[in-house]
Write a protein that binds this ligand. Structure first.
Ligand code: IPM
Ligand code: MN
Length: 371
């Protein structure tokens, strides 16, 4: 691939444009330093566009985005638009139609960042959640009958096929394998595990005790695929127990793989343990050849902070680093992460909007200054 990338930028609503500007500013500086280039094309889709035109997305939106190497998204969600319209009409539609079947959400406590978990340090909170991103309850299969009466029935189904589960689980095993080497196995493994050739751990997060159809499928696929990855130690946790361990013993986790809805829920918890939405980034990945992936800070549009230059842009900066990593610019991505760690460790007073000790644009500049 040529090292001149085409990036589609969707700044979106609220503070989205402000944090995206900082993410791009840092990516630009990294490009100059590491000898690659990119062009950005901005699409102003989101709440304002919808309120002004009644259009959620143009008909050819997905086809347009398919021409890019990656998408960089700010935030979708507008206080004047009924919940669900933009989320379903933009975010979920793009995830589905671009077949971004993985939602990758690293849970990493950067140095100097305050975590609500007592006595936990950066080395204790450093794992990745692989959330299935195009299936499950999000498929939207279901319906309602006798609406508005006391007999109303509502159904929304947890739908998975073998193929969806298999490709997600396989991605998670590959990631777990790649995250660690024989020289640097995951810190949580026992001496016996390492002697047995294990270097990484993958935990399936499910609910096999109640969702006995869907998670039976996940569990069988998980252990089938596991046979191809002898270096990955496998573990299983029910989702309720997962939330417990994420708080009590986050150091047990290396990579977690889970379905769409559980992944949605546990990654907000994870984000809080890593210092909040100001720092949590994610990637909606289509890892297939020619697939277009979309990277975003996972916090929302934070309408009350819009335009004040106080929002924390580091989640968007980290999303930018993930984007570059995915395009193959590993050195640039690692340098950005390292600089973010320096900035959190040595500069920022807090991760919270308005309490950082610096403005949004200054934080972006700090990351550039320490690249
Ligand atoms: C997320 C968000 C979305 C989701 C919403 C906005 C539809 O919460 O990216 O985690 O549920 O996936
Ligand atoms: Mn969510």
């Amino acid at each position: 691939m040529s090292r001149n990338y085409k990036i589609a930028v969707l700044p979106g609503d609220g503070t989205g444009p402000e944090v995206v500007a900082e993410g791009l500013k840092v990516m630009r500086a990294a490009a100059a330093k590491f000898g690659f280039d990119f062009t950005e094309t901005t699409f102003n889709w989101g709440g304002e566009h919808y309120l002004a035109t009644g259009e959620i997305l143009p008909e050819d939106a997905v086809d347009q985005l398919k021409k890019f190497d990656a998408v960089f998204l700010g935030a979708i969600g507008h206080p004047k638009v009924k919940p669900g319209i933009l989320e379903k009409g933009i975010l979920l539609k793009l995830r589905f139609e671009l077949d971004q079947y993985i939602n990758l959400r690293p849970i990493k406590l950067f140095p100097g960042v305050e975590t609500p978990l007592a006595n936990k340090k950066p080395e204790d909170i450093d794992y990745v959640v692989v959330r299935e991103n195009t299936g499950g309850i999000y498929t939207g299969i279901g319906g309602v009958s006798m609406k508005g009466t006391k007999q109303e029935v509502a159904v929304q189904s947890e739908v998975y096929n073998y193929h969806q589960v298999e490709r997600c689980v396989r991605y998670a095993f590959e990631l777990a394998k790649k995250r660690h080497s024989k020289e640097n196995p995951w810190r949580g493994l026992s001496a016996e595990d390492i002697a047995a050739g294990k270097t990484a751990q993958l935990t399936l997060c499910g609910k096999t005790n109640v969702l006995t159809y869907v998670f039976d499928l996940w569990e069988r696929v998980f252990y089938q695929v596991a046979e191809e990855y002898p270096e990955v130690k496998t573990a299983y946790c029910h989702v309720d127990a997962t939330t417990m361990w994420m708080v009590k013993n986050p150091e047990w986790f290396d990579v977690i793989v889970t379905n769409n809805i559980f992944g949605d829920i546990i990654t907000d918890l994870g984000a809080m343990t890593q210092g909040g939405m100001g720092i949590a980034a994610g990637g909606n990945l289509n890892p297939t050849e020619g697939g277009v992936s979309m990277f975003e800070p996972i916090g929302g549009s934070a309408p009350k902070y819009t335009g004040l230059n106080v929002i924390n842009p580091l989640a968007a900066v980290c999303a930018g680093a993930m984007l570059l990593d995915f395009l193959g610019e590993k050195e640039a991505a690692a340098a950005i992460e390292k600089s973010v760690a320096f900035v959190t460790g040595n500069k920022l007073k807090s991760m919270a909007a308005g309490k950082m000790g610096y403005s949004t644009t200054e934080v972006g500049q700090l990351v550039i200054d320490n690249l």
